[in-house]
Ligand binder design. Structure first.
Ligand code: THU
Length: 130
């Protein structure tokens, strides 16, 4: 199923409103299109900082837990990045890139709010695969 990037980005921005981020105050939302359904995710932090999980992985794991396996598109919104913030503040972290590569083909689009559309291969060339 094809879903407009604007639709996926809107879901990602909405999901950011649910972020639990009292430590960074940096709200992130993601939306994953898989099996024709859209799965939202947000970052969830923890007082033990290393237990924090990113918005992208929460959305991906929700899709996988529902039985989906193949990701068709992803959107990401770092809604607290200001207009003049560097693009790097809006990009997916390295851990999320590896998890995305597990379930999405290299040509899969990743719509990044305020940046544009990249592919999984753009974000993680030569991804590790077992
Ligand atoms: N964060 C994400 O949710 N996704 C990313 O790709 C980068 C970082 C979250 C984790 C943490 O809650 C906050 O942003 C600051 O690092």
């Amino acid at each position: 199923m094809s879903v407009a990037s604007s639709t996926l980005l809107a879901v990602a921005r909405e999901a950011a409103a649910h972020a639990y981020c009292p430590y960074s105050n940096f709200h992130v939302g993601a939306a994953v299109l898989a099996d024709g359904r859209i799965f939202p995710g947000c970052n969830v932090e923890n007082a033990s900082y290393g237990l924090t999980i990113c918005a992208e992985r929460n959305a991906i794991f929700a899709a996988i837990a529902s039985g989906a396996r193949r990701i068709e598109a992803i959107a990401l919104a770092c809604v607290d990045a200001t207009d003049n913030a560097p693009g790097s503040l809006r990009m997916p972290c390295g851990a999320c890139r590896q998890v995305i590569a597990e379930f999405a083909a290299p040509e899969t689009p990743v719509h990044i709010d305020g940046v544009g559309t990249l592919t999984v291969a753009d974000l993680l060339p030569n991804a590790f695969r077992l």
